[in-house]
Design a protein around this ligand. Structure first.
Ligand code: AQP
Length: 336
């Protein structure tokens, strides 16, 4: 039995509209964890500023991500919901981790390579050390489980490396080995325009993604316009090999309907995409429509959202600060 309390931590950046990828890969999965773990969910605004954000847009997006979590079923009475910059322990522990992590480890991070692109000398230093801050987000709560999409697996491995090196360097068993929770039928939702690219908030094409703020009409239109091939649907998962767009839509269908992808294949065997997309559009609208409407209602009540974030930050700080202090003591930082 682990000496660590079972605690879940996860976050989303307020770097644009929440997407169906954020919902199926992360937020939807958080909802069911609230009854079996102590759960802490964070709007990671310090991560968002690793790439330029217009200040007023960032403030709005921070509230909107909180609204998206609540509208999706994250319950402020069961979970701590707050934004990262209100709890200074994240940034303080991240500095210690900047001194623990090795350049060679960060050089291997594929997300930095993808986001910095060809001009990495022009990327912010913050973007480079993003995984150290993510490790601090998790470990300043001694969280044991982290529900994320498949794209975050490498960063969670780095979090484990940092925890292990810290424990080894200082001869302690202070930070736990965190476990990624990557589950659901759509752990990597792909762009609706290109089945080989991840659906992302920052994709310049609006039609590449479904935003959680999209109204019912836009959701249905984007699904109907989604890129596909000209073959009928196969009856098995093997038949989806080499058909990235078809596989993506089947996975989205399975995740939204909470069914197995193989059963969806069986049901639509030999059918064309027009019929399948009609059904997927109806399903998407029935699941996402109410979330979008609740988000817009919540966005009309900013003082309620701010009170949730304030209260959440107070509760998060109560857990994080004593843990940070212990880490500082272990390192030898004097606080007389
Ligand atoms: N396409 C996706 N499929 C499955 N899961 C996804 N996640 C993001 N995109 C997908 C998961 O959502 C959580 C929050 O992600 P994030 O906002 O912190 O960062 P990200 O992964 O960089 O998301 P985006 O949408 O791609 O943002 P931008 O465009 O700003 O970089 C994570 O658990 C992530 O796995």
């Amino acid at each position: 039995m682990s000496a660590f309390k079972q605690r879940v931590f996860s976050g989303v950046q307020p770097s644009g509209n929440l997407t169906l990828g954020n919902y199926l890969g992360a937020i939807k999965n958080w909802v069911g964890l609230q009854d079996s773990y102590e759960t802490i969910f964070c709007v990671v605004d310090l991560h968002a500023i690793t790439t330029w954000q217009e200040p007023e847009v960032l403030r709005n997006a921070t509230r909107e991500v909180a609204a998206g979590m609540i509208a999706s079923g994250v319950d402020p009475k069961k979970s701590i919901i707050f934004n990262q910059s209100q709890v200074s322990a994240h940034a303080e522990l991240a500095w210690i981790f900047n001194c623990v992590a090795r350049m060679g480890w960060l050089n291997r991070m594929t997300q930095f390579k993808e986001k910095a692109g060809k001009h990495k000398e022009r990327a912010s230093v913050g973007l480079y050390v993003y995984p150290d801050l993510m490790a601090a987000d998790i470990l300043t709560y001694l969280a044991t489980h982290v529900p994320v999409g498949a794209d975050q697996k490498q960063h969670l491995e780095l979090t484990r490396d940092i925890a292990q090196k810290f424990n080894n360097d200082y001869g302690v068993n202070f930070f736990p080995e965190v476990e990624p929770l990557i589950f659901g039928a759509a752990t990597r939702v792909m762009s609706l325009r290109d089945g080989t690219a991840k659906m992302s908030k920052s994709d310049p094409s609006e039609n590449s993604r479904i935003n959680l703020t999209d109204d019912r009409d836009s959701i249905a239109k984007k699904i109907r316009k989604a890129r596909t091939d000209s073959e009928p649907l196969p009856g098995t998962l093997e038949g989806l090999e080499g058909r990235a767009e078809a596989m993506n839509l089947i996975n989205i269908f399975a995740a939204l309907s909470e069914r197995e992808a193989k059963d969806i294949c069986q049901e639509y065997e030999g059918k064309g995409f027009a019929e399948f997309k009609n059904d997927l559009a109806d399903l998407s609208v029935s699941v996402l429509g109410p979330i979008s409407e609740e988000m817009s209602r919540l966005m009309g009540d900013k003082s309620y959202l701010d009170s949730i974030l304030r209260e959440g930050a107070r509760n998060a700080d109560e857990i994080a600060t004593p843990i940070l202090k212990q880490a500082q003591d272990i390192v030898g930082l004097l606080r007389p």
